[in-house]
Design a protein around this ligand. Structure first.
Ligand code: PRX
Length: 659
């Protein structure tokens, strides 16, 4: 973890904070809101009692818990002694309450095919799939990797795993075979659930051949279960006899009855891999009861979800946003959700607005990158559609610039729908910093205040709280129910990464400022993690992918501000002696990164340089490379071993190869 100053210039944030525009809650909305302002005081008075009460109220327990929290810093256990099954909470109890015919998901395939899945359908399909898992030898505690497009079988597969207590690890379908290998091997997964492919921008995207490639190096995997999604549109899906099984052949013939196993509150629900400051992604551990409480509670209070809402979180389930706010939170609240398989620009940039109009979507949750992409297409497109059903909008994944916030408010929210800018992380499991609609006066660009029961602070380099109006590092000072329980297989790394920088505090890796009224303004990552389109990518992961290419001697990667994607990847590459550099090699290297990690990690800019700026002890000075990437005046160069090198790089960067 570097001890550099938080990213984002002070002047810029002063300007944002000086804008002074604020949006008080609409009294009509406030009168019916799920959240109230009293919750803050109640939670602050006794956080443990607050969580315990909600856990009793909101969760259906098979056995009640006897202890709310065991906190052996940094290891937390919540709701000890309790037994539950998250799928009973997400499905069975709703069907038992008479909601079997309520729609759980309206699914829309990119080509235009649709499916409607009720809670009764979900219960049946999850039980059949759970029985199929058992037949394939998957038992409680076994890990299952899931690598799928956005089709209904994806949440069904996750829930089937959860029903029998087999932790899942979902790998985003855009990741490469190599990334899949690392995750499968780290998790020691026994089964891979996948599909022949999915639809993206009018074309089938092959997933099965990436699985085949990965499976040459994953000895723990015994079987794959393959959904036929694209079928004849992509002929030639290879099935290895004895290992690969078609979903429809195995799942369809199962009995539709598979009891929900009672599991401990702390039973591992899933692993989700995320980039940290090293080349090796971390398997973030989430467990059952605390995660269920965190996701269902925030889903209810932050999105103000009511029984008749049509809720659309437009993330991919492969990221934590999809786990928490497409699958577990909304289903726990018996919500009707929308699942869309494809790209926002297919067949045109009106696709989302058409969907909202057709399904009368009331709540939309998306990322600033998507909002900026829509802004670029102009307001005429949303205006062609009736978006009047929308009553609340959410934002997540990266700081939202006030311009995008205001555009979203005016053009999508009709100037009246409240916007919730929600800050959280894979590690936090659920939303931690956010307005409560109907309660909080919002300011465009600020995620406002910690959720009730969450104690966040902004501290200086020594861990001391900074005064109002100042910036520093965002920390969390108390455990919370949906927090990560560790990094899979590496408790020391967990302690060092999150709890080592400031003793007794969770360090999120983000910089933040707090204005004179205590509003929090997130400033982005302060470590070697980039945020591209709301996705975390480690600079070091991209560097190792580049260095893995036979032509490359050394590489350094930094994030450069980007008007669309928040940050863009900028790579500085030194080749081995005698290698000819040029556009062809640059293209080859970009493709190589995509092959090693996935398309999202492809550098947007790539320049060849004869050397990299290093300190006398050989450490690459990324700070200077960031200055070069941003075209800023260079910072202090006195510790450089060779002061001339940045000037040479800078001269070369003028012609940075922009993809
Ligand atoms: O830098 C913060 C940024 O996204 C990081 C977490 O990334 P990930 O674990 O992939 O989860 C993304 C979805 C929850 C954070 O450390 N981030 C997330 N939400 C916001 C944000 N930055 C500013 N404002 C937000 N609302």
């Amino acid at each position: 973890m570097t001890a550099e100053q938080p990213a984002g210039s002070g002047a810029e944030i002063e300007n944002l904070m000086a804008e002074g525009r604020s949006f008080p809650p609409d009294p009509g909305f406030a009168a019916r809101a799920n959240a109230t302002k009293e919750l803050y005081a109640e939670a602050a008075a006794d956080p443990e009692a607050f969580w315990a009460k909600l856990a009793r109220e909101r969760i259906t327990w098979q056995e009640p818990f006897h202890t709310t929290l065991e906190w052996d810093l940094p290891f937390a256990k919540w709701f000890l002694g309790g037994k539950l099954n998250i799928t009973e909470n997400c499905i069975d109890r709703h069907v038992a309450a008479g909601l079997g015919d309520k729609v759980a998901y309206h699914w829309i395939g990119e080509p235009g095919d649709t499916r409607t899945i009720t809670y009764a359908d979900l219960l049946r399909e999850v039980q059949k799939t759970a029985n199929a898992l058992k037949e394939l030898g998957v038992g409680t505690g076994d890990r299952v990797a899931i690598y799928m497009p956005m089709i209904p079988e994806l949440p069904i597969a996750m829930l089937a795993c959860a029903r029998i207590g087999a932790p899942h690890t979902v790998v985003f379908g855009g990741f490469s075979a190599e990334s899949l290998v690392d995750r499968i091997n780290d998790a020691q997964a026994k089964l891979v659930i996948t599909a022949d492919g999915g639809w993206r921008r009018g074309k089938p995207v092959d997933l099965k051949s990436a699985v085949d490639e990965a499976l040459t190096r994953t000895p723990s995997v015994e079987h794959t279960l393959v959904v036929r999604r694209v079928g004849d549109a992509q002929p030639g899906t290879a099935m290895t006899a004895g290992r690969d099984l078609w979903w429809h052949e195995i799942v369809d013939r199962q009995a539709a009855d598979c009891p929900a196993i009672p599991l401990d509150s702390e039973h591992m629900l899933y692993l989700l891999y995320t980039s940290g400051t090293t080349a090796k992604p971390k398997g973030i551990i989430h467990t059952t009861a605390g995660y269920l409480l965190g996701t269902s509670l925030t889903h209810s209070w932050v999105f103000d979800v009511k029984p008749d809402d049509v809720y659309w979180c437009a993330a991919d389930i492969g990221w934590v946003t999809g786990h928490s706010y497409i699958v577990y939170g909304p289903l726990a609240n018996a919500t009707t959700g929308l699942l869309y398989e494809g790209a926002p620009d297919t067949p045109s940039w009106e696709r989302w607005w058409q969907i909202i109009e057709d399904y009368k979507v009331t709540i939309l949750y998306t990322a600033p990158t998507a909002i900026r992409a829509f802004m670029k297409q102009g307001e005429a497109l949303p205006r062609k559609h009736d978006l009047s059903s929308l009553r609340l909008l959410g934002s997540v994944g990266e700081p939202i610039n006030p311009e995008a916030w205001l555009w979203y408010h005016e053009n999508i929210g009709g100037g009246s729908a409240p916007i919730v800018d929600t800050w959280w992380q894979t590690e936090t499991g659920s939303i931690l910093i956010t307005p409560l609609p109907g309660v909080t006066t919002t300011k465009p660009g600020s995620a406002t205040f910690p959720f009730p029961g969450i104690e966040a602070d902004v501290v200086d380099a020594n861990g001391a709280s900074v005064p109002l109006g100042s910036g520093g590092y965002l920390v969390l000072k108390r455990p919370w129910p949906s927090m990560l329980r560790g990094i899979y297989g590496d408790p020391e790394r967990y302690r060092a990464t999150y709890w080592g920088r400031f003793p007794g505090m969770y360090f999120a890796g983000d910089g933040a400022k707090r204005d004179s009224e205590g509003y929090l303004w997130l400033l982005g990552r302060v470590d070697d993690v980039m945020n591209v389109s709301g996705h975390r990518i480690s600079t070091i992961e991209v560097e190792s992918a580049l260095v893995d290419h036979p032509s490359v001697a050394e590489a350094a990667v930094v994030g450069k501000e980007d008007p669309l994607t928040g940050q863009a990847i900028f790579a500085f590459v030194t080749t081995k002696a005698g290698i000819e550099t040029g556009d062809a090699l640059a293209a080859q290297l970009r493709d190589h990164v995509a092959k090693v990690i996935g398309g999202i990690a492809k550098p947007k800019y790539l320049i060849f340089t004869p050397d990299l700026p290093k300190t006398r002890s050989g450490k690459i000075m990324r700070r200077l490379l960031r200055d070069v990437a941003e075209g800023r005046p260079l910072g202090d160069t006195t510790t450089l071993a060779d002061a001339g090198v940045v000037e040479t790089i800078r001269a070369g960067a003028g012609g940075a190869d922009d993809e």
